[in-house]
Write a protein that binds this ligand. Sequence first.
Ligand code: UDX
Ligand code: ADP
Length: 458
Amino acid sequence: MNFKKTILCIGAGYVGGPTMAMIAYKCPQYKVTVVDINPERIAQWNSDDLPIYEPDLGEIVKTARGRNLFFNTDIEKGIKESEIIFVSVNTPTKTYGTGAGMAADLQYWEKTARQIRDCADSHKIVVEKSTLPVKTALAMERILTSMNNGIRFDVLSNPEFLAEGTAIKDLEDPGRVLIGSRETPDCLKARDALVEIYANWVPKERIITSNIWSSELSKLVSNAFLAQRISSINSISALCEKTDANIIEVSRAVGMDSRVGNKFLNTSVGFGGSCFKKDILNLVYICRSQGLDEVADYWEGVVKINDYQKERFILNMLSAMFNTLAGKRICLFGFAFKANTGDTRESPAISIAGRLAEEKADLIITDPQALKNAMIALSDVNGEIDYVKDPYDAAAGCDAIAVMTEWDIYAGLDFEKIYKSMTKPAFVFDGRNILDHEKLFEIGFNVYPIGKPALTHF
Ligand code: UDX
Ligand code: ADP
């Protein structure tokens, strides 16, 4: 079959996989190929057991796969065949050398740029999909054109704003699609080609264009603003606990001001996910390297409050449970960094579990989707850790339940039954404020919400 466009995506992860599946699903006239260096990951994309859990992703992949959506490991062939190449390889925080713990590690991204340069034998539009430091496109252009072989590369920035757990909804009905480019006639033409792809299903007024540096920076700043809201409300949750104010009431009152808005004001044990911390630290690093220490300190505060919130949670547990957790059985309800995903990257549950193990507590972890990733995330943690799918079995015999993830199923559990099966006194630490605290208290639990007075029988 003759396709109208050939599209390649390098990197079959949380961003590349669902994004390309949506393009292929919406545009049967385009051939979309997704490649990855990891053959196991590709095999999973070609199976019924996809490598990531995302509501409705399975249906979309099933419809398009084999029709105009293909997953394989032949990166070279993919580059040669395609007119438009999306790059969505991982850009984790650097763990070594200059900028360790702060800057983005660009090694995977750079390898990919070199590979595109070495394999391309015709004009390519290269689209940065991974979140990258501002000015990365300049480095990409320099690498791509360093062979001086007459092949033209137009680099665009098209950051992905999808959130995990709602990826399909976000891709199908995005608030905005941002495409950044240089202002040269060639780059503007390339930008139009990318606009044309999204215009197949996204209303034109939501496809916004900008200069390439604004586009790169907007992604970092969007995530920084979202995380900042969570740290703001979490910082106030600490004050609520000291003053008998209730964070849910405060958050509702503040959020009803339309200038503030009511979204992303849910207090929690802390934000997680692969993006927020990484992107803020990256922003902080860029600011410092530009000599903007005050700006860097301001944004670094968002991450510091997040760490503080997790540590506060542990200290509250410790003080509530008579200052010792040694030998106590603690059940973590949820391990994913948020509901409706199996992803555990930077999940607050990882540091909470690590700290509980340090206190010599025994851990029982339950989660509907994330147990496999939880085992990997905690493989270095010493101590007794059990992984149990069923929340009733997980809680039985425990001293405390700590809610880490806001899965809907937890609010609907039979807590009378759970209470009967637990060691007394039984505690609930609700790190997401999703349970009915008064009811739990009536059942007999000692209840510690976040940002609300504790309900205890002592
Ligand atoms: C985020 C951005 O939302 C998305 O636009 C970007 O493309 C990638 O990063 P994601 O990390 O998938 O998406 O999830 P998000 O819904 O933003 O949640 C991040 C973390 O914040 C989660 O741990 C979540 O539980 C927490 N959170 C969110 C809160 O603690 N309180 C809130 O009110 C909202
Ligand atoms: P994200 O959340 O940004 O999508 P992931 O870690 O889920 O990040 O996915 C990134 C993917 O990129 C991984 O599957 C990884 O194997 C792949 N990858 C990394 N480097 C390369 C490379 N040089 N060529 C092809 N794929 C790569």
